[in-house]
Ligand binder design. Structure first.
Ligand code: ADP
Ligand code: MG
Length: 311
């Protein structure tokens, strides 16, 4: 496992920011850590990266406990904190060299050039960081986080505040990096997870409310129901269709076309096709309507009781 979190709780004063959070991330996975502002994303990432200790529970990175073997854990981690803190009065090369020296890299100059190449900083590399656009500053931040070739990358809202072009470029960069490394990135944007990640862990008010692959997530809802649009080749017996196991309601949606709502997460498409055949009909089109990740997110995060204060 690259990252394992077991029953992590974090209390700031009287506020509980994380409550009994457990998950594990395997080598090579690209995981989106999704949640609204204040959900506890940055807190979890600061614990993983050894910036703050958990109040209780344990976290290990590449097998190293973040409290007991903090230095070993940190060697495995590249971290881009939220709001990307940079020394803006330094030049790009100067800054990356500075970071490389902190890690005591032997071949700093060569590694700096490799990073500049990898993140596409070439044309801007001779400039002072303060003169760079936000997108290029993010590239500097990502280069900084990867200079010591860590196995695990923790990126806290890496695309927040970028314009659409910069956003696309940084997403592409993360997709490229994700092929080589284990990546955990936080975001409150659903499309980001759909675009970049294999898996989403959704957090709300310090609790994990969903953990599933991105493709499964768009099939799931908190209630487990979904919708199917189906077009038959002729008049279907609607009484029989309504009684099919798993069907909660049907609505006409055009010529021999019906919108079927289910009361199950079970896949009933084959049952619908069999039913049509038994009535001497064919299914011309059948689509399971993907629920937008956004809707699922809303459903999951508003269903939670507000339970942040410590009893
Ligand atoms: P997110 O990154 O998901 O927006 P955070 O982890 O930053 O959420 O914050 C989770 C909760 O913990 C918020 O309610 C926030 O106000 C609180 N919090 C974060 N850092 C501190 C701190 N240093 N002291 C007190 N409360 C904090
Ligand atoms: Mg945050």
């Amino acid at each position: 496992m690259s990252i394992t979190a077991q029953q992590v709780t974090k209390v700031y004063g009287t506020q509980r920011a994380l409550h009994d959070v457990s998950f594990s991330i395997s080598k090579g996975e690209v995981v989106g850590f999704l949640g609204p502002n204040g959900a506890g994303k940055s807190t979890m990432m600061k614990i993983i990266t050894c910036y703050i200790p958990p109040t209780s529970g344990s976290v290990s990175v590449c097998g190293f406990d973040v409290r007991e073997q903090s230095i070993d854990a940190r060697r495995c981690i590249g971290y881009l904190p939220e709001h990307n803190p940079l020394y803006t009065d330094m030049y790009v090369r100067e800054y990356l060299t500075f970071v490389g020296k902190i890690y005591k890299l032997k071949n700093v100059a060569q590694r700096v050039e490799e990073m500049i190449e990898m993140v596409g900083l070439g044309v801007e590399a001779h400039k002072k960081i303060e003169t760079l656009s936000k997108g290029y500053r993010q590239r500097v931040g990502i280069a900084q986080s990867m200079i010591h070739d860590p196995k695990v990358l923790i990126l806290d809202e890496p695309t927040s505040g970028l314009d659409p072009n910069q956003l696309a470029e940084i997403r592409d960069l993360i997709i490229r990096i994700g092929k080589e490394k284990t990546v955990m990135l936080s975001t409150h944007i659903m499309q980001e997870v759909e675009a970049i990640c294999d898996r989403a862990i959704i957090i709300s008010k310090g609790n994990i409310v969903a953990d599933s692959s991105t493709s499964e997530l768009s099939h799931l809802t908190a209630s487990g129901s979904y919708e199917i649009m189906v077009e038959f080749s002729g008049e279907i017996n609607t009484q029989v269709l309504k009684k099919l196991s798993g069907v909660s309601s049907i609505e006409p949606a055009g010529n021999h076309t019906w919108l079927i709502k289910t009361n199950t997460s079970k896949d009933i498409r084959k049952d619908i096709a069999d039913l049509a055949t038994s009535q001497g009909l064919s299914v011309l089109t059948l689509t399971r309507k993907e629920q937008k990740l956004e809707d699922i997110f809303k459903e999951l995060t508003t269903a939670q009781p507000s339970s942040t204060p410590v009893e």
